[in-house]
Design a protein around this ligand. Structure first.
Ligand code: ADP
Length: 251
């Protein structure tokens, strides 16, 4: 579903990702862990086309966001093609980014009506189902400011799902939450991961969650995957010294 081959990303002279290779299979839940500044968020931003790649190939669902031509020159896909790929990818951010002036229901229906061309009735029906899935049916008429951070994040998850993404990117989705609200949000995500065929790429510092829900964990350092494996292996018997140090510091 996702393939990075030889991906390079620089900010000025600073090389953030170099020769980065990894794949995520359809339906897989893959978590990226590693120290701050190692390039994890940049990977999600490249997939969202919020950043441009400087080298290599990124493929999503069989289509190229960028590729190298025969002469080795980097070719980015045109805007229209990128938008088409982008539609298959949802993202949930650390800051929930709900529309503050719209009630919960409209927060969820707005994009499907505008971007997918659903009727208002269809979009509302789907939004009600999704609110039930995230345990917030009773908040359908509330405004974001009337909700806790955890509830806002669950609305943001419902909003992302309303676009029927094939891939869902999660960027530190519990970092802005009070500790007692974290479990509710992670529980909702776990349920979605178990009951849908959505492919997940997740950046998190919640190691218990990563261990609990991931099919595979990639350990990042300096813009490269230095170790990967199923959670039981990576968390209990890491091979790389840097992974051991990192896990020791965060667990
Ligand atoms: P992580 O998610 O692992 O904490 P990031 O992908 O956010 O790491 O950042 C990787 C590196 O890229 C960091 O050194 C960061 O300062 C740098 N970086 C990220 N975005 C930008 C930007 N827009 N301009 C300049 N440097 C950036």
């Amino acid at each position: 579903m996702i393939r990075f081959s030889g991906v390079e990303k620089r900010f000025g002279a600073h090389v953030v990702l170099s020769e980065l290779d990894f794949v995520v299979s359809p339906g897989e839940f893959v978590t990226l862990i590693g120290p701050s500044g190692s390039g994890k968020t940049t990977i999600l931003r490249l997939l969202m086309t919020l950043e441009k790649v400087d080298g290599g190939t990124i493929e999503v669902d069989g289509e190229f966001l960028s590729h190298m031509d025969r002469g080795g020159e980097l070719v980015a896909s045109d805007e229209k093609h990128q938008r088409r790929i982008r539609k298959r990818i949802g993202m949930v951010f650390q800051q929930f980014n709900l529309f503050p002036n719209m009630p919960v229901l409209r927060n969820i229906t707005e994009a499907p009506v505008r971007a997918l061309g659903l009727s208002k009735a269809e979009a509302e029906q789907r939004a009600l189902e999704l609110l039930e899935l995230v345990g917030l049916s009773e908040k359908v008429g509330a405004h974001p400011t009337q909700l806790s951070g955890g509830q806002q994040q669950r609305v943001a998850i419902a909003r992302a799902l309303a676009m029927r993404p094939k891939v869902l990117l999660l960027d530190e989705v519990t970092s802005a939450l009070d500790p007692e609200l974290v479990a509710g949000v992670l529980g909702v995500l776990k349920n979605i991961a178990k009951t849908t065929d959505i492919t997940f790429l997740c950046v998190t510092h919640e190691m218990r969650f990563a261990r609990d829900v991931s099919d595979r964990v990639l350990m990042f350092d300096n813009g490269q995957v230095i170790e990967e494996g199923v959670p039981e292996m990576l968390f209990t018997r890491p091979e790389h010294e840097r992974t051991r140090e990192f896990l020791h510091a965060v667990i």
